[in-house]
Design a protein around this ligand. Structure first.
Ligand SMILES: Cc1ncc(COP(=O)(O)O)c(C=O)c1O
Length: 399
C-alpha cells in the first residue's frame, strides 16, 4: 500500500491545543541536562521521615500488594478523617466523604471532571499553580482568572480586588479553585478573604475546590483555615490534600479529596475509571504518616523557615526583588533589575550560565507578559544545596 500522508494533528483532540506541556517539569529536564541545581520543581532533595519509609516497607513485606479499595484503604481514610477533625474541627465520614487518589493532582482533575459540564466556568486566582488551567479545560470548563497583586512592602500580603472577584462570578460559574497556602506566591488566605469568597459561593451557588497541600508549611505565625470550616461551606467544598509535601514523598502519588457524599460518589466514579486506585502499600504508610505527633509538623515548618531565610538574602544580594512567602516552599521574585527581555530568556540564562534552574513567571499566568518579569524558586532543598545555590548566585552578581 502506498504510504498515506497524515496531518500531524489529524488524530489529536482539540482540547490539547489549548495548553502546553508543563514548564515546571521541562525546567527539571533542563536542570538535569545542564547539571544545574534544581530550584524549579517543588520536590525535596532530602529523605522522607524514617518511620514512614519503614511503614511502607512493612506494608510491602506484609503483602499489601494488590488493589486497595478503589476509593482508598480504610486505615488511610480513617486517618484523614481524624486529622481533619483535629486540625480544622471538620467532621468527615470516612465511609462516604473521602476519595483517595494518585496524588492531589488526580484528586483535582477527578473532582473537576466529576462536577463540570461543557460551558461551565471555573474561577482561578492568578498567578496559579499551572495544573488548574489544563484541568479546567480537560473537564470541559473555561477558567476565568482573578489577579492576585504583589505586595509593595515586605510586611504586606498579595491581595485581590473584591470587585474583580465579584465580577468573575457569573451565572455559569460552577466552582472557584482556591490554593492556600499558595503556590507560587506563598500567600495564606486570611479569614476575612475566605469569608468574602464564602459569601460569593453562597450567593451564586458555587462550589469551592480548595487545594491545601501546603497546609502544614506556614511561617511568621500564619494560620491555615480550611474554607470548609466556614458556615455555609461544608456542603459546597471539595478539600484536596495529599502526602507529597507534608511528608516529603512527592513520588509516592497519594492524595485525596474530601467532599459531601453526593459529590464524593461522583468523584469516586471518575477516579475508578481513571486509575482504579492509589498504590496500596503507600496508602498504609500514609495512615502511619498522618498519625505522626504535632511536633513533627512544628519541626517541618521551622526547617522550611530556616531554608526560606537562607535563600531569600542570597537572592536579594544577587539583585532579585523577593516576595516573602508566609506559607508553602517557594519564593516568587521580580527580575526587573536584571534588564532581561523576559522571564524565559532569563531562566534559560540562569540554568545554562549560572547553574540554577527556576521557573519562568509566565507559566503562572494566562497572558505570558503578565509574568515576564518574574521567576519562582523552590527552597525545599538541603541546607548544603541552598548554600551551593547562594555561591552560584554570587556569579550572577559579578556579571
Ligand atoms: C499547589 C499544588 N497542588 C498540587 C501539587 C501536586 O501534588 P501531588 O504530588 O499530591 O499530586 C503541587 C505540587 O507542586 C502543588 O504545588
Amino acid at each position: 500500500m502506498a504510504p498515506v500522508s497524515i496531518h500531524p494533528k489529524h488524530f489529536l483532540s482539540d482540547k490539547v491545543e489549548h495548553f502546553t506541556e508543563s514548564v515546571i517539569r521541562e525546567m527539571t529536564r533542563q536542570a538535569m541536562q545542564h547539571r544545574a541545581i534544581n530550584l524549579a520543581q517543588g520536590f525535596p532533595d532530602f529523605p522522607a521521615p524514617a518511620e514512614i519509609k519503614q511503614a511502607a516497607q512493612d506494608a510491602i513485606a506484609a503483602d499489601v500488594n494488590q488493589y486497595a479499595i478503589t476509593w482508598g484503604a480504610k486505615n488511610l481514610r480513617n486517618a484523614i478523617a481524624r486529622q481533619m477533625q483535629e486540625w480544622q474541627g471538620i467532621q468527615v465520614d470516612p465511609e462516604k466523604e473521602i476519595v483517595v487518589c494518585c496524588g492531589s493532582t488526580e484528586a483535582m482533575i477527578a473532582s473537576l471532571l466529576a462536577v463540570c459540564n461543557k460551558g461551565d466556568e471555573v474561577v482561578v486566582f492568578e498567578p496559579f499553580y499551572e495544573n488548574y488551567g489544563p484541568d479546567s479545560i480537560l473537564s470541559g470548563a473555561k477558567p476565568r482568572f482573578v489577579s492576585l497583586r504583589p505586595p509593595h512592602t515586605p510586611e504586606a500580603e498579595w491581595t485581590f480586588d473584591e470587585h474583580e472577584l465579584r465580577d468573575a462570578f457569573q451565572p455559569n460559574t460552577k466552582a472557584i479553585i482556591l490554593n492556600t497556602p499558595n503556590n507560587p506566591t506563598g500567600k495564606v488566605f486570611n479569614r476575612k478573604e475566605l469569608e468574602l469568597i464564602r459569601d460569593l459561593c453562597v450567593e451564586y451557588n458555587v462550589l469551592a475546590i480548595t487545594d491545601e497541600i501546603y497546609e502544614h508549611i506556614l511561617y511568621d505565625g500564619a494560620q491555615h483555615i480550611s474554607i470548609a470550616r466556614l458556615d455555609g461551606m461544608r456542603e459546597r467544598t471539595i478539600t484536596i490534600n495529599g502526602l507529597s509535601k507534608s511528608y516529603s514523598v512527592t513520588g509516592w502519588r497519594v492524595g485525596w479529596a474530601v467532599a459531601p457524599p453526593a459529590i464524593t460518589n461522583a468523584i469516586r466514579k471518575v477516579h475508578d475509571f481513571l486509575t482504579v486506585g492509589a498504590p496500596a502499600p503507600l496508602q498504609e504508610a500514609g495512615a502511619a504518616a498522618l498519625s505522626l505527633p504535632a511536633s513533627y509538623y512544628r519541626d517541618l515548618a521551622e526547617r522550611y523557615r530556616t531554608r526560606r531565610d537562607r535563600l531569600i538574602p542570597a537572592l536579594e544580594k544577587a539583585g532579585f526583588h523577593c516576595y516573602r512567602p508566609r506559607g508553602a516552599y517557594y519564593v516568587m521574585t521580580d527580575i526587573t533589575a536584571f534588564g532581561a527581555n523576559n522571564d524565559v530568556e532569563f531562566a534559560s540564562y540562569l540554568v545554562k550560565e549560572i547553574g540554577i534552574a527556576c521557573v519562568p513567571g509566565s507559566s503562572f499566568y494566562k497572558h505570558p507578559k503578565d509574568g515576564s518579569q518574574q521567576v519562582r524558586f523552590a527552597f525545599c532543598k538541603k541546607p548544603e544545596t541552598l548554600d551551593e545555590a547562594a555561591r552560584r548566585l554570587e556569579k550572577l552578581r559579578q556579571k
